[in-house]
Design a protein around this ligand. Structure first.
Ligand code: HPA
Length: 277
């Protein structure tokens, strides 16, 4: 079966479970799952039940979709994603994004955990991503282009939607939360970066570092979805302090940031719905 057919099959399965078209997708990163609690009339769909769906193996990632309403907005939440470091191909990593695009989702909102490279950043900060550097050594669009999905050479100059950034900043101000802006750099992992790699990333212009999100953003843009990414700083990137990096520390920090992030996400969705930008 071709990837196009696999995506259609997953889409048909989800359309049977969810009668409405989701307008927003929210992807929740490591330790950030609690956002789903704000959804009305939630419908839960386990990844293992969706044909072709890749299963997440990373600790701190639940494997399910939750569809529900935030006031009048149709929201589909992805609790847990798969990463390139798990051994999945790029095509598999972005499979969910292909399905969302095929379903007619318009806004792709992703969250992730990151290490702070910029010395002005501390654990607990939330960074609105305004651009990225792809250091994964691969691209999800490599291979034959599926013209029904998007163009061969998609533009990436404004991959991170300017209007969504503007609204998110307005929402943060209104809810009294602080947001910063920065450039996200993706390394493959799963080992954390070395201090020398972090110095390199800083020279390249990166502010935060992580192991996810970039393939999905490229794919979402390929399909014309509007993209916004919140990167939650879990730790100082390697070499900034003396302490070793651990995944437990990342999950603990995310647990502390989740409340603040949830308030911003909820208010951003309501603002997008009201403005229909
Ligand atoms: N590096 C890469 N990914 C991460 C980090 C980090 O320091 N923190 C959380 N995810």
């Amino acid at each position: 079966m071709s990837m196009f057919e696999k995506v259609q099959k997953a889409k048909e399965y989800l359309k049977c479970k969810i009668k409405e078209t989701p307008k927003y997708v929210v992807v929740l990163g490591s330790g950030l799952g609690s956002f789903v609690e704000c959804l009305k009339d939630p419908i839960e769909i386990k990844y293992e039940d969706i044909p072709g769906w890749p299963l997440s193996t990373a600790p701190g990632h639940a494997g399910r979709l939750v569809y529900g309403k935030k006031e009048n907005a149709n929201v589909l939440v992805m609790q847990g994603r798969v990463h390139y470091y798990e051994g999945y191909s790029m095509e598999e990593v972005v499979f969910p994004v292909r399905v969302f695009g095929a379903m007619g989702v318009r806004y792709y909102i992703a969250t992730n955990a990151s290490g702070g490279i910029n010395k002005e950043l501390s654990p607990g900060d939330i960074v609105l991503v305004e651009d990225h550097i792809n250091l994964l050594g691969d691209n999800p669009l490599r291979g034959r282009n599926v013209d029904e999905w998007g163009p061969r050479f998609p533009d990436m100059t404004k991959a991170y939607d300017r209007e969504m950034i503007r609204l998110a900043e307005k929402c943060a101000l209104e809810t009294g939360e602080k947001l910063k802006r920065g450039v996200y750099i993706a390394f493959t992992g799963p080992s954390f970066e070395t201090p020398a790699e972090i110095r390199m990333a800083r020279v390249m212009g990166a502010d935060v570092v992580g192991m996810s999100t970039v393939p999905e953003v490229i794919t979402a843009r390929h399909m014309g979805m509007r993209v916004c990414v919140f990167s939650c700083v879990a730790n100082y990137a390697a070499g900034i302090t003396d302490s070793p990096l651990t995944h437990e520390e990342v999950l603990e920090a995310m647990g502390k940031t989740a409340g603040k992030l949830n308030r911003i996400l909820e208010s951003l969705i309501l603002a997008l719905e009201a403005n229909d930008v």
